[in-house]
Design a protein around this ligand. Structure first.
Ligand SMILES: *[C@@H]1O[C@H](CO)[C@@H](O)[C@H](O)[C@H]1NC(C)=O
Ligand SMILES: *[C@@H]1O[C@H](CO)[C@@H](O)[C@H](O)[C@H]1NC(C)=O
Ligand SMILES: *[C@@H]1O[C@H](CO)[C@@H](O)[C@H](O)[C@H]1NC(C)=O
Length: 263
């Protein structure tokens, strides 16, 4: 088991009308520096073109790009959240491909996550490998006051047991989502998503690692997102996955904190 080290703690005042177009996490591995004019960089461009054109139809793809003789090979993965439309998927992957080259122009190992999609490439073959190294947590600083902490823990645990076991089934494409009523007025909404290259076992392992932060960093908080390269988990007191309940939109979030995780 890995020990998570809290490296940095930021207090952000986000007015969370979070547009789908904003990335929520990006990582440029500074042990993979390359020059922007290198052949590897050209291969990344060609990899991204393929991911942009071919991911939306199925919502997921892995591919490689290399020079002659398999040199300067780059592995890539792109995936959209399982509940979004092909159109939203297409827009998200396009944004991701553009943004990641702006953010990490000098690295060959880069990752970017949006609410709607995830994109990653590297010269190392990461496909099918569980990665819960670097991560990021966002949480609503407000405490749960609607129920007592014990009851909240139980309801949260039960909801996530259910959606986690759903998500690992092959037909689920790594996605699990669901909701439960905490009180007649408050509904807890949950979502879990694995990258689709993972085995059932690795996906389950990733979720187990991620939900552990519900009982630590996020304990008794009104909302929490735990993000890793292989999976993420999220709960909120407002609806955030599709189909949205039109009578209940409008996040109650005003202040969000974030914590970086490292292996
Ligand atoms: C990669 O580049 C970054 C930024 O220019 C630098 O801080 C870092 O030390 C470099 N890494 C290596 C391994 O040289
Ligand atoms: C990438 O490298 C170029 C050339 O060394 C440098 O001018 C630029 O600032 C670097 N970009 C980032 C985001 O580190
Ligand atoms: C939430 O509860 C914790 C522990 O009781 C307390 O330290 C913290 O100040 C509370 N946060 C807010 C925003 O009320």
């Amino acid at each position: 088991m890995k020990t998570l080290v809290v490296k940095c703690f930021l207090l952000l005042a986000l007015v969370c009308s979070c547009r789908a177009a904003d990335s929520i996490w990006q990582l440029c591995n500074t042990n993979s520096n390359i020059s922007a004019s290198s052949q590897v960089s050209k291969n990344i461009d060609s990899l991204l073109a393929t991911l942009v054109s071919k991911t939306p139809s199925k919502g997921f793809m892995t591919t490689t790009s290399s020079s002659y003789n398999n040199k300067e090979k780059v592995y890539g993965l792109a995936q959209c959240r399982g509940d979004i439309s092909n159109t939203d998927c297409s827009t998200c992957i396009q944004d991701a491909a553009k943004k990641i080259r702006e953010v990490c122009p000098n690295q060959s190992d880069s990752r970017i996550l949006y609410d709607f999609c995830f994109l990653r490439y590297s010269q190392e073959n990461f496909i099918g490998k569980l990665d819960t190294g670097a991560g990021l947590i966002y949480f609503n600083v407000a405490n749960v006051t609607e129920t007592d902490p014990k009851k909240f823990d139980n309801e949260l645990g039960a909801l996530f047991d259910k959606i986690r076991s759903e998500a690992v089934l092959p037909k689920s494409k790594g996605l699990g989502k669901g909701k439960t009523k905490l009180t007649p007025f408050v509904t807890l909404n949950g979502l879990v998503q694995c990258t689709r290259d993972l085995s059932e076992l690795d996906c389950a392992q990733c979720f187990a690692t991620a939900v552990r932060s519900f009982m630590t960093t996020c304990h008794n908080k009104k909302g929490c997102r735990v993000l890793y390269s292989s999976c993420y988990v999220r709960y909120e007191f407002y609806p955030f996955y599709f189909p949205l309940d039109p009578t209940k939109t409008g996040p109650s979030v005003s202040r969000i904190s974030s914590v970086h995780l490292s292996p």
